[in-house]
Write a protein that binds this ligand. Structure first.
Ligand code: CTP
Length: 406
């Protein structure tokens, strides 16, 4: 696909420094950036740094004769696929909501004919101020979307909502925006489960497994980049939330099933989570004390719901395509074939999670793709992102979606 062109408007906030990393990582993902720097933004990052990283001239002055001759302010948005405002300051948000046009950034935003994504960043009180919230409500009504801000320590020394989203999350959100414009799954809904579950035994102990969530999160990102509206139901993982999708955090298998059910209807469900098959039968409310036990306690278990099977065998409201995974340590394909039939899903991706395979927690995966109609394919060892892209291309084929242009 041709490189997507992002017009990046940089507002005047300390988070502007993160845009340098954003451009670097974004170019590695195949995006091209052209930057517009506000006067306040230039107090935080220099045009030279932006030009060096983007490989393009940086625009900042509405009344510059040379800039207008080279690239009129109207053309700046015409020649982009998408406009990203990062950091979107309270002032820029107010200008957009009010339709002001008194500098290059606000003028091109008013003249924009492309989708606009904001990455707000400001002090927590500025964010929660009724004026900012009113302006955001107006922008939402105008079709503008935003990612973040996140909660945390702010550069001003206060704490709360106001930190700009991290570059990776902003890039995920950009990919999802681009997907919505021209991806093969635009207009479709997808639900993905990912990561392990934790089944409490007492307030500090639980049963779980080694799943990292890398494969499931990668599938959710690839679905969003293909244009699907994605809900990621994630067990406890150490990964940051991907941008451009709804992320629902759960702990136990029962919470995961409930979250999946709330996310339906969907066109496709991918169950990539390593759900604990059993949970402690009588979890204790207080910590089990070694001193209080006469002998090592016996852990009685009961079975958890099978999320994949429950949804795949549902008569009403079953997603058109239900995809499972099979984690096996021996006779991988044979066991996966039996599992496919037993669960009632449409496809199963089988992987060898034996001790030498490094799949659990690793960055690479070797899968066999099996389909309900008997088809079978051994995929070469690939990065988990690449496995996700292959799977999503197949999902788009199966749902009869053709890639199109914006
Ligand atoms: N799965 C699920 N709910 C469960 C158990 C598994 O949704 N309670 C899903 C997983 O997300 C995966 C598929 O079922 O897509 C197979 O999981 P796996 O752990 O390989 O198989 P199990 O069903 O647990 O069977 P076994 O432990 O016998 O291999």
């Amino acid at each position: 696909m041709e490189k997507a062109r992002i017009l990046l408007v940089i507002g005047g906030g300390i988070a502007a420094y993160k845009t340098l990393e954003l451009i670097r990582r974004g170019r590695a993902r195949g995006l091209a950036f052209r930057c517009v720097l506000t006067r306040a933004g230039a107090e935080f990052v220099t045009p030279l740094a932006l030009a060096s990283l983007s490989g393009e001239k940086v625009y900042s002055d509405l009344f510059s004769l040379t800039d207008e001759v080279e690239m009129g302010h109207i053309r700046l948005s015409r020649e982009a696929d998408l406009i990203l405002v990062a950091p979107a300051t309270a002032d820029l948000i107010a200008k957009m909501a009010g339709g002001h046009a008194d500098d290059l950034a606000s003028t091109l935003l008013l003249a924009a004919d492309k989708p606009v994504l904001l990455a707000p960043a400001m002090n927590v009180r500025m964010w929660s101020h009724p004026a900012t919230q009113r302006n955001l409500a107006q922008l939402k009504a105008d079709g503008v979307r935003w990612i973040g801000p996140e909660a945390g320590d702010l550069a001003c020394g206060e704490e709360g909502f106001g930190r700009m989203a991290e570059p990776e999350a902003i890039l995920d959100a950009l990919s999802a925006e681009l997907g919505r414009m021209r991806g093969p799954l635009r207009g479709r809904r997808a639900v993905v489960t990912s990561g392990p579950t934790q089944e409490p035994w007492d307030p500090v102990r639980f049963l779980s497994n080694r799943s990292s969530g890398k494969q499931g999160h990668a599938i959710a990102r690839a679905l969003a980049a293909a244009g699907a509206q994605v809900t990621l139901v994630a067990g406890p993982v150490a990964l940051p939330d991907p941008g451009g999708m709804e992320v629902v955090h759960v702990r136990s298998a029962r919470e995961m099933l409930a979250a999946v059910e709330r996310s339906l209807p969907a066109d496709v469900l991918v169950c990539a989570a390593a759900v604990a098959d059993w949970r402690p039968r009588s979890p204790r409310e207080d910590k089990i004390k070694k001193q209080a036990e006469r002998a090592p306690p016996v852990l009685a278990l009961e079975e958890n719901p099978d999320i994949l099977k429950t949804i795949a065998q549902r008569r009403e409201g079953r997603p058109r395509l239900v995809v499972g995974f099979a984690a096996e340590t021996e006779r991988v394909v044979e066991r996966a074939r039996a599992k496919l039939a037993q669960k009632g899903c449409d496809w199963l991706l089988a992987n060898d999670v034996g001790p030498q395979s490094c799949v659990l927690g690793g960055d690479r995966n070797r899968v066999w793709w099996l389909s309900r109609d008997g088809a079978e394919e051994a995929w070469p060892e690939l990065g988990k992102e690449e496995v996700a892209r292959r799977l999503v291309a197949r999902i788009a084929d199966a749902l009869g979606c053709a890639a199109g242009e914006a």
